[in-house]
Design a protein around this ligand. Structure first.
Ligand SMILES: Cc1cc2nc3c(=O)[nH]c(=O)nc-3n(C[C@H](O)[C@H](O)[C@H](O)COP(=O)(O)OP(=O)(O)OC[C@H]3O[C@@H](n4cnc5c(N)ncnc54)[C@H](O)[C@@H]3O)c2cc1C
Ligand SMILES: NC(=O)c1ccc[n+]([C@@H]2O[C@H](COP(=O)([O-])OP(=O)(O)OC[C@H]3O[C@@H](n4cnc5c(N)ncnc54)[C@H](OP(=O)(O)O)[C@@H]3O)[C@@H](O)[C@H]2O)c1
Length: 453
């Protein structure tokens, strides 16, 4: 529903990554007063590369992590740059910078800095400020002018600062806290164990026998990098009979890369035993087993919970029905074209806060959530993949809530062609492709010419 009301709210956005930046931009556009609290010294979130991981627990088990970014030095983006940009700020090729179609991580960070400066967002951000507590000011009153207490600590200052806001937007990302498997013998294994969260460069693994657990993006990328320096790389996957053509080609090309089934158990002195009974004597186990949603600062009196990586209850992965719109989450969904989706979430949230739009009644939102869970369960999707969307139509339907434009056809097609290419040509898809015709057509679209550069 749309109305003419325009109420200005005092809003705290937590995080200055791709989600928090666009949230701040949309909130200000809507007339709200905005403070962004960011624990790091600059914008960019995951894309603010951090080579210093020595202080971090190698398995990332602490409640608050020292390191936020899990990006490693050689990382290049996984989808072509042209599909990544926010709707009004294309990710253009710039002379003197990394001009590749799938550039390295620094180029995406520079894009986010450009976005920040272009829209003058920096003045809203308080850097080096970590949020340690968010809770309701007066729990009894909730639903009725609900306000939020936010406690934060600036680096180098011991004192906690306490502030009160009309609304809080959580945009803290979810690719930092390791999701670790429970493998028998993990706690007593005597050699090196770490998670991809702290992997940066291959050199420390020179001449080692490394077991990599998890055969998704991180596991494959890091395996391909380690074969050049390690003595042996053993990649352990849940589905040994179901690997891509691309990965299968990579394995047959390298005589020190081996594919294995899941690990059964670990023997204290160094052996890793797989479920088929085979084993290796390993120096290091590198868990590339993904990440978990955690909000260590958030106290909603149990209203919002994380259960096996299902964050809920959240209407449309964004709004907790009983606390929205004064509490919202931007950036929860995975496996979609991120930046424009975050933008659509941000617009909806900002317009709900100003009273321009309204959410459906609470019971309808709760029913949506129940139906969504039911459909995921019926499709056999594990709970921990609740927020994996992989559906362009969902993004379009989501955008309809706030009149946000549907994904352009070229964005969808270029995304799909990169996925197909990666599946078949895992080692080369970032440098060689066959969708040039589609790309040239796309580059003529208003998205790329709107800034007139
Ligand atoms: C290895 C890796 C590779 C990836 N590759 C791609 C890719 O190629 N393409 C792609 O689209 N996506 C990729 N992603 C996903 C990536 O996370 C998103 O692109 C994007 O960064 C998500 O933005 P976000 O703002 O939601 O979260 P983040 O980028 O994680 O930003 C969250 C921000 O919140 C801050 N924060 C967290 N907690 C607090 C707190 N308590 N107080 C204050 N500040 C806080 C953090 O410091 C950070 O700045 C990758 C992720 C990883 C880990
Ligand atoms: N730009 C890039 O080049 C790049 C590189 C790396 C990562 N990324 C991005 O970063 C995000 C995280 O990727 P990720 O690869 O780190 O995590 P991920 O996509 O969550 O994958 C983790 C994998 O580990 C598997 N796994 C879990 N426990 C296991 C076990 N005991 N044995 C074997 N396998 C196990 C999981 O299987 P189940 O799901 O069945 O549990 C899953 O396949 C993604 O968005 C990805 O696109 C991008």
């Amino acid at each position: 529903m749309v109305s003419e009301v325009n109420l200005s709210k005092n809003v705290c956005v937590i995080g200055a990554g791709p989600s928090g930046l666009v949230a701040a931009r949309e909130l200000r556009k809507e007339g709200h007063s905005v403070v962004v609290l960011e624990q790091k010294h600059d914008v960019g979130g995951q894309w603010l590369y951090d080579p210093n991981v020595e202080e971090e627990d190698p398995l990332g088990k602490n409640k608050f992590l020292e390191v936020h970014s899990s990006i490693y030095e050689s990382l290049r983006i996984v989808s072509p740059r042209e599909i990544m940009g926010y709707t009004d700020f294309p990710f253009l090729v710039k002379k003197g910078r990394d001009m590749r179609r799938f550039p390295g991580h620094k180029e995406l960070w520079l894009y986010l800095k450009d976005f920040t400066d272009h829209f003058g967002l920096r003045e809203m951000i308080r850097f080096n400020t970590r949020v340690e507590y968010v809770g309701m000011l007066d729990y009894e009153e909730f639903g009725n002018g609900l306000k939020w207490v936010v406690k934060s600590k600036e680096k180098k200052h011991e004192k906690m600062v306490e502030e009160v806001f009309d609304a809080v937007v959580v945009a803290t990302g979810h690719y930092s806290h390791p999701r670790l498997p429970a493998i028998k013998g993990m706690s007593t294994w005597k050699r090196k164990q770490m998670h991809s969260h702290v992997y940066r460069v291959p050199e420390p693994f020179r001449d080692e026998v490394v077991v990599i657990v998890g055969n998704s993006m991180s596991g494959q990328d890091i395996s391909m990098e380690l074969v050049a320096v390690a003595k042996e790389v053993h990649l352990s996957t849940k589905s040994i009979d179901n690997i891509s053509v691309g990965l299968s080609n990579v394995i047959s090309k390298h005589n020190n890369l081996y594919l294995h089934a899941q690990i059964d158990f670990l023997e204290e002195e160094g052996r890793v035993i797989f479920v088929d009974g085979s084993w290796v004597d390993a120096d290091t186990i590198l868990y590339c087993t993904g990440y978990s949603y955690t909000f260590p600062f958030l106290d909603t009196k149990g209203i919002v919970d994380v259960d096996d990586d299902r964050v809920g209850p959240l209407y449309e992965h964004t709004f907790p029905p009983t606390l929205a719109p004064s509490l919202s989450f931007i950036g929860i969904p995975r496996k979609l074209i991120g930046f424009p989706f975050f933008e659509s979430q941000a617009k909806w949230m900002a317009q709900l806060l100003s009273g321009k739009r309204s959410l459906p009644p609470r019971d309808e939102m709760m029913q949506w959530i129940k139906d969504f869970y039911k459909s995921r369960d019926a499709a056999g999707i594990p709970k921990h993949n609740t927020h994996d969307i992989a559906n362009f139509e969902y993004c379009d339907r989501y955008g309809d809530h706030v009149g946000f434009p549907h994904l352009e056809e070229w964005r969808k097609q270029l995304c799909l062609s990169a996925l197909v290419n990666a599946d078949a040509n895992l080692e080369t898809y970032r440098d060689s492709w066959d969708d040039d015709e589609l790309l040239q057509e796309a580059l003529k679209s208003p998205h790329f010419t709107q800034l007139g550069v």
